[in-house]
Design a protein around this ligand. Structure first.
Ligand code: GLU
Length: 297
């Protein structure tokens, strides 16, 4: 029986097949949903069409199937939901503005670098485009430094209390990119709300994005889900494991050892398993025991 009070999701970008790092994120969201008797949705985040690898969506779906992770309902695709993002932008009204700055100009302003590596926007186009400049991107106007709305606080279910000051640590962020694609922050906020997602469980590399997402939810009058950011697997050189850092694609024929290793990374110990289904029975019970029973949310 599924509880309407819990809707979770796994939201991979189809830039390549699943690897040991993406398996950890998929597993944590799946375990949390099943341990809550909730729903687990699959959303393919193919909004950045330039980074979408041919065949990656099919490979991801096949791998999830082989690894015993069954999603509820049909998968959704961000590339088919652009009308929703357009409508949200309209609702933002004057909170959003056109920006004509190039990446170079923003980097040259040296206002600072946000934790995710993007340069903090110096606010050049906040009061309107200077004569002769053309709009490139659309940005979200963040609150003035020191104003009460500027400080975003939330309680992460893994990390604990998190505080972010938007003006100084992030700056006015992009909603629609200069290449015409919708930005991840916009698409994810609209989709999580539209799909009724109540619990977001994902990798800690996205912790820094959560302040922006909560701010957008507030400006769009949307409910903020509960967040849990689980540790990310690193490559030998200490970077997040990804296709770029040499991650191997998971082998759908060798699910059990990969599942056991991912669970152990999350602190869930499952030793002897007879089958993939047996693995999930044990892992869900262990996750429920650790994160659900007797704990709020
Ligand atoms: N599409 C993002 C990624 O693959 C995840 C987005 C999310 O979980 O919010 O890194």
């Amino acid at each position: 029986m599924t509880s309407p009070s819990y809707i979770g999701r796994f939201a991979p970008s189809p830039s390549g097949p699943l690897h040991a790092g993406s398996l950890v994120a998929a597993m944590a969201s799946y375990l949390d949903a099943r341990a809550h008797d909730g729903k687990w949705l699959l959303r393919i985040e193919d909004i950045d069409e330039a980074r979408t690898a041919p065949g990656a969506t099919d490979a991801i779906m096949q791998c999830l199937g082989a690894f015993g992770m069954r999603w509820d309902g049909g998968a959704t695709f961000q590339s088919r939901r652009k009308a929703l993002y357009r409508e949200a932008l309209e609702r933002l009204g004057a909170h959003a503005y056109a920006c004509g700055c190039s990446r170079r100009e923003i980097a040259d302003s040296r206002l600072g670098i946000a934790r995710d590596g993007a340069a903090v926007y110096p606010g050049t186009c906040r009061q309107g485009l200077a004569p002769g400049r053309t709009a490139r991107a659309i940005r979200m106007r963040t609150p003035d430094a020191g104003s009460p709305d500027d400080c975003i606080r939330f309680e992460d279910r893994w990390v604990g209390p998190v505080t972010q000051y938007l003006a100084l640590q992030v700056g006015d962020f992009v909603l629609k990119r200069a290449d015409g694609f919708w930005a991840y922050q916009m698409a994810v906020v609209v989709d999580d709300a539209d799909q009724g997602v109540t619990h977001v469980v994902r990798g800690a590399d996205l912790l820094d994005s959560t302040g922006r997402q909560i701010y957008l939810q507030r400006m769009l009058h949307l409910t903020t889900p509960r967040y849990m950011h689980v540790p990310v697997v690193s490559s030998a050189s200490g970077e997040k494991l990804s296709k770029q850092t040499g991650a191997q694609a998971l082998d759908p024929l060798r699910a059990e050892p990969a599942l056991i290793a991912a669970a152990s990374f999350l602190g869930i110990s499952v030793r002897q398993v007879n089958s993939v289904d047996d693995f999930w029975r044990q892992a869900i019970a262990a996750w429920r025991n650790r994160f659900v029973e007797g704990r709020p949310g």
